[in-house]
Design a protein around this ligand. Structure first.
Ligand SMILES: *Cc1c(COP(=O)(O)O)cnc(C)c1O
Length: 432
């Protein structure tokens, strides 16, 4: 499989190049040149497969030119030792729980797969790699866990000071070894800009093998398609069309869902659910795409004013607005609506949602009302509620069960390097 740049169709890269470069030289995004279809027989028996069997089949269908079946099996085995269960909340409303990995957010799927893939390639070439990653909360923790102690790779994480939860911050700043956290005096967009500038800086790229672990990296996107297939496998017996509601920020998760759809997964519709950072719902409404500075909300991992995967999302539809709208509806919710949703679902069903998950739940309900259709709705739970402990407990007026893994984290000491949002400072730090 070759990957082309969204800006220049003739710029192509192999999987290995796309994974290590992250961005094409023209600053576009890598996209699969063609999208192979999953086999009919496989879909017919998918309900009998484990998550990892599904991952191997989907991964191999996409990347059979690049990796043998047995290499794909090894990479999948190294990546996923956790499940993605679908849980019934109320009739027709199901939640796909993506928070059972090491950092307890869905980004574990992408980060673990990316780390396994990179170490597979590195074992062949002996390159030293410096990974730069900007995080608005959960990416950093997943990447830190995914790459922790992976030989030949060091990771530098940039996060906006004071804008991530205590647990998120601890996940970024307590591992040590090959993981360093930079606490940036700015927003997530500032962090993302610093990383992007570093990739374009000739002095830095001459000195280091820089790679990104943000959701712009194609190797993060591919594994996120696996759990859409798994969710289908788990709900197929219900015999109704499927609608997925995806809580979105940079739109990697939704793009991966659309990739699964393009591969032949039977999905009737997607909901792009956001907080007040609503550029995509507004694009779906008016066709105008107007990135804005990000606004702080309680679903902070979705506080993105200029979603980096927007170009990919629309490219899956040949950039045709009407085709995007036919498959994707957008809704957005403010913090009050998000909290009201968390309370309502907890009171009615005892189910505890993180604020991101609540945004997806509300998006699904709104689509159900507007469409008037009968379907199995699956909303994606992107983080464990205990990752946002204070907020969730205050909102629900109830204590939340904290998994052991998170409890241990809280007692560890934070270790981060403060950084101004100026590129010169970041560059000086990297040049050390
Ligand atoms: C990153 C994140 C999102 C947004 O995912 P995108 O792929 O950037 O759209 C949603 N919820 C949580 C908990 C996240 O960490």
């Amino acid at each position: 499989m070759l990957f082309y740049s969204t800006k220049t169709q003739s710029i192509k890269a192999s999987l290995e190049e796309a994974v290590f470069r992250s961005l094409p030289p023209d600053n576009g995004l890598y996209m699969p040149e063609s999208i192979p279809t999953i086999s009919r027989e496989f879909l017919n028996t998918i309900e009998n497969r484990t998550f990892n069997e599904i991952a191997v089949e989907v991964g191999h269908t996409l990347l059979s030119d690049d990796l043998s079946h047995s290499d794909m099996e090894t990479i999948v085995e190294n990546s996923f030792s956790f499940e993605a269960p679908v849980v019934e909340i109320t009739p027709d409303n199901y939640v796909l729980e993506l928070f059972h990995g090491p950092s307890m957010a869905f980004k574990d799927f992408g980060a673990r797969f990316m780390a396994s893939l990179m170490s597979y390639f590195l074992a062949k070439t002996q390159k030293e790699i410096k990974i730069l990653v900007a995080t608005s909360g959960d990416t950093g923790g997943a990447v830190a866990q995914g790459f922790y102690k992976v030989p030949g790779i060091s990771v530098t994480i940039l996060y906006p000071s004071g804008k991530v939860s205590e647990i998120q911050e601890k996940q970024l700043t307590t591992l040590g070894h090959n993981i360093t956290a930079l606490e940036v005096d700015g927003t997530f967009d500032d962090c993302q800009r610093l990383v992007k500038e570093a990739f374009l800086d000739q002095e830095l790229t001459a000195k280091y093998n820089l790679a990104s672990a943000n959701s712009i990296n194609i190797s993060r996107l591919i594994p996120q398609s696996f759990y859409y297939f798994s969710a289908y496998a788990q709900t197929k017996h219900l015999g109704k069309p499927l609608v997925f509601s995806v809580p979105s920020g940079n739109f990697g998760n939704l793009s991966a869902g659309v990739l699964a759809y393009r591969m032949g997964l039977p999905v009737q519709h997607f909901v792009a659910a956001t907080n007040r950072n609503n550029v995509v719902p507004r694009y779906l409404e008016s066709k105008a795409y107007e990135p804005l500075p990000s606004i702080e909300t309680i679903s902070n991992a979705m506080d993105v004013g200029s979603p980096s995967n927007f170009v990919r999302l629309t490219r899956f539809f040949e950039d045709d607005w009407q085709s995007v709208r036919d498959l994707v509806s957008g809704y957005y919710f403010d913090d009050e609506a998000t909290k009201a949703s968390m309370r309502k679902v907890f009171e009615q069903t005892d189910y505890v949602m993180c604020p991101h998950t609540a945004v997806a739940y509300e998006g699904l309900q709104k689509y159900r009302q507007e469409s008037g259709e009968d379907f199995t709705g699956i909303f994606l739970a992107t983080a464990h509620p205990a990752k946002f402990l204070d907020l969730v407990e205050r909102t629900l007026d109830s204590s939340v069960h904290i998994p052991e893994r998170l409890k241990n984290l809280l007692s560890l000491e934070k270790n981060a390097i403060p950084l101004k949002r100026r590129f010169q400072d970041f560059k000086a730090y990297l040049l050390g």
